[in-house]
Ligand binder design. Structure first.
Ligand code: RRO
Length: 313
């Protein structure tokens, strides 16, 4: 038997593969699709204090190797997700629920974190800086801002929580962010959010693919896999398992998942591929991961997790 179960913040997941916050997880109907799928947890859309319609459409496009989005945090407001968590826990008691919090201000985040204390949500993923909230910076690129937010939410939360981070491209930035995160009881980080502010152009119409921000949006899917893998690897090396790393970015196959775990990930999330391939993607990735592990002679994730080899002799 090949075991691909894992634990995140001490909570058991039957497999290490589940959905990422964002795609197709806004409404209760969408969340029930995830609950009934092979996804090993139910991650809900990042929520704000008040409901939001999000940015003007078109705001998402499928691309040959991934996606671009500038959704602008459309969500039903945190109270709806508290209600949904209660319904989902009753109907699907075996599936851990992940709430994603993305308040627009420090005060909003404090209110939302407090409110989730008294809910059946198992894990909280703090998403402090979407790339697409017009007029707002990506918080993960500002260590001082991140520090301020983690300080505030750490004081009020009673749930185990982690932070979803944007991708970093310079080794100095990894150190700066890790030094902030280490100061707080952050149990995991999720690497990576979409690569912010990309531009996809249709050369025939001479227009961008999406409307908000003159066409700028977060890039996901296969385009970002190598950036995501690097982020998982570097942070895993820094945190050495004391803070777990969850990988996301361009996972379409079991071998993709295998690579993320080899780089150090304790679990992987699926975003763009879920939108493009539907809820069957979770079982497909899980089965392919097991097949590849069997081929390699691995029986459990810890047999190879974080054990990327070097080219040194
Ligand atoms: O809703 C969005 O536009 C969005 C969010 Br909150 C995020 O974290 N990442 C992303 O690519 N889009």
């Amino acid at each position: 038997m090949i075991d691909i179960s894992t634990k995140i913040t001490g909570i058991k997941l039957d497999t290490c593969v589940f959905n990422t916050a964002g795609p197709a997880d806004v409404t209760l109907e969408e969340l029930e699709v995830i609950a009934k799928s092979g996804s090993s947890a139910i991650t809900m859309k990042s929520c704000t204090l008040e409901p939001r319609n999000g940015n003007p459409e078109p705001r998402y496009a499928d691309l040959e190797y991934g996606s671009i989005n500038s959704m602008g945090l459309p969500n039903l407001g945190y109270k709806a997700y508290i209600k949904f968590s209660k319904i989902l826990k009753k109907k699907y008691p075996k599936k851990p629920i992940v709430a994603s919090i993305s308040g627009l201000t420090l005060e909003d985040n404090v209110v939302i974190f407090k409110a989730f204390n008294d809910t059946p949500v198992d894990i909280i993923e703090f998403n402090p800086g979407s790339p697409n909230t017009i007029g707002k910076p990506i918080v993960g690129y500002d260590p001082q801002d991140l520090d301020r937010l983690l300080d505030a939410v750490s004081k009020v939360t009673k749930k185990p929580y982690g932070v979803k981070l944007p991708p970093y491209f310079d080794l100095v930035h990894y150190e700066q962010i890790a030094n902030v995160i280490k100061r707080y009881p952050v149990k995991f980080i999720t690497c990576v959010n979409s690569i912010g502010n990309g531009l996809v152009i249709n050369p025939y119409t001479e227009k961008p693919f999406i409307k908000p921000k003159g066409g700028l949006g977060g890039i996901g899917g296969k385009y970002i896999k190598f950036a995501a893998l690097a982020n998982v690897k570097v942070f895993s090396d820094i945190f050495k398992g004391k803070i777990q790393v969850i990988g996301v970015g361009g996972i379409y196959s079991g071998i993709d998942a295998f690579e993320f775990i080899l780089a150090g990930a304790f679990a992987v999330q699926i975003g763009t591929a879920f939108l493009q391939k539907g809820p069957g993607i979770f079982k497909k990735v899980q089965e392919e991961l097991k097949d590849f592990m069997a081929l390699k002679g691995y029986k459990k994730l810890s047999d190879f997790r974080g054990k990327l080899k070097t080219l040194d002799k």
